[in-house]
Design a protein around this ligand. Structure first.
Ligand code: HEM
Length: 407
């Protein structure tokens, strides 16, 4: 960082962003210029600075200070009891953290309760596809997003991927729950805690002895990176559903996007970077997601751990080939090749032949009066079972890390 401290760097973010946008003084990985216009965002306006140089100016210094003060274990202990959106914050939190969290838990003024309610209808009908897509399209895609794969591998959670995945899966579960953003739901809590986790990672990873050798940046998880990962979630899911010819009414598709726009805001992404429409989301993803996908040694190791997750149940005999085949089916041969996923003639051809007819039958039955509720029950059972398996039936608590991956 040539003598620049981390805080100087954060402060300088705006100015560097402007340089980045002009393609000047940007390190190798940031060379693709940021041309996406803030007029296409939920804010409708903005400076247009490259989010490669923007992090989280509120949460980052706060969590760095909690880490420096040694307060993180105490804070984690207290926050374990804070699980529902409507619940007051636990007593005893440091005043600066409490102030921040009270602000951070507010939904954005542009959140529309009607759209969030329609998103619930959508999740109710399409829970099965959503669960599969979050897990195997978005989850596996994260292993070929180089900056994310490295950050995950060298951070504390990288040493226990099953635990880490259960926590990430919790976000996918919470956003799809009936009361996601309501007082009885958990999505606000999950987002605010995740925002704190990301701020901690920004402070900790630069201290990892591995970081300078593997990363071409000092501070990870920029707002640009956040949007890349965001696109690996809703944008990728919607692209796949469209490929699979799932007939989604316009208002449900808009509502699904809205539930993810709100989550982006709650995770600390600035409104000027959050796409307002699917068209804008796709154009931003074309610019920031598609060109950066690539294999890394860390990502290949993470993908292998993911594919072996079922091994505790069946020794991997059935689960690994099926998970591999579904990954190939969803993400294509190139990504499967990068991740050293074997071809599975039986499962590969079964998916090619049977998946779209399966969808057609399921969608064809959807108009039957009880079908959405029956699908919801079945899908909810599968989603809960997957979470229970991943968490080993322990409560899932997202905690602020206070170290990197142990050596
Ligand atoms: C932690 C979701 C973007 C790296 C987490 C957690 C969630 C999450 C739910 C908590 C799980 C845990 O504590 O293990 C998201 C979402 C994102 C996003 C929804 C974007 C919309 C990113 C990006 C990076 C990243 C862009 C890196 C470039 C990490 C790391 C952890 C983490 C290293 C901490 C793991 C640990 O505890 O060591 N994220 N994330 N995330 N995330 Fe993200």
């Amino acid at each position: 960082m040539d003598g620049l401290s981390r805080r100087d760097m954060l402060r300088a973010g705006g100015a560097l962003g402007a340089l980045g946008a002009l393609g000047i003084a940007a390190p190798a990985q940031a060379r693709s210029a940021w041309t996406w216009s803030p007029t296409g965002s939920v804010a409708g306006a903005g400076a247009g600075a490259d989010p490669r140089w923007v992090w989280d100016e509120e949460a980052d210094p706060l969590v760095a200070s909690l880490l420096d003060r040694g307060d993180v274990p105490m804070v984690n202990n207290l926050l374990r009891t804070w699980t529902k959106n409507g619940q007051p914050l636990p007593a005893g939190l440091p005043a600066d953290l409490r102030d921040f969290m009270e602000r951070a838990r507010q939904l954005p003024p542009w959140a529309e309760p009607g759209k969030l309610a329609t998103a619930v209808d959508f999740n109710e009908k399409r829970g099965l596809y959503l669960g599969l897509l979050y897990g195997l399209a978005s989850g596996m895609m994260s292993t070929v997003i180089p900056k994310e794969a490295r950050a995950v591998y060298y951070s504390q959670g990288g040493a226990d991927m099953k635990d880490r995945i259960s926590k990430t899966a919790k976000l996918g579960y919470d956003i799809g729950a009936r009361d996601a953003y309501q007082p009885g739901g958990e999505m606000v809590v999950t987002c605010v805690k995740t925002r704190l986790v990301h701020a901690a990672v920004r402070h900790l990873l630069p201290q990892s002895p591995h970081w300078p050798a593997v990363a071409d940046e000092e501070i990870p998880i920029s707002q640009r990176d956040m949007m890349v990962t965001w696109h690996s979630l809703p944008t990728t899911v919607m692209r796949k559903m469209t490929d699979w010819k799932i007939p989604i009414p316009q208002r449900e598709s808009v509502a699904f996007l809205h539930s993810w726009q709100v989550s982006a805001h709650m995770l600390g992404i600035k409104d000027e970077y959050i796409p307002a429409t699917w068209q804008e989301a796709n154009s931003q993803a074309d610019e920031v997601l598609d060109p950066i996908l690539a294999p890394t040694p860390e990502g290949v190791k993470l993908a292998d751990i993911l594919l072996n997750l079922g091994a505790t149940v069946d020794g991997g005999i059935l689960s690994k080939p099926i998970l591999g085949a579904v990954t190939r089916f969803m993400l294509g041969d190139q990504i499967a090749g990068w991740l050293d996923i074997d071809r599975e003639p039986l499962w590969d051809s079964l998916l090619d032949v049977a998946w779209e007819p399966f969808i057609a039958v399921r969608e064809g039955l959807l108009p039957l009066p009880l079908a959405p509720k029956a699908y919801w029950l079945f899908d909810e059972f599968l989603r809960k079972a997957a979470l229970l398996f991943l968490s080993e039936a322990k409560p899932i608590s997202i905690e602020i890390p206070d170290t990197n991956r142990p050596e």
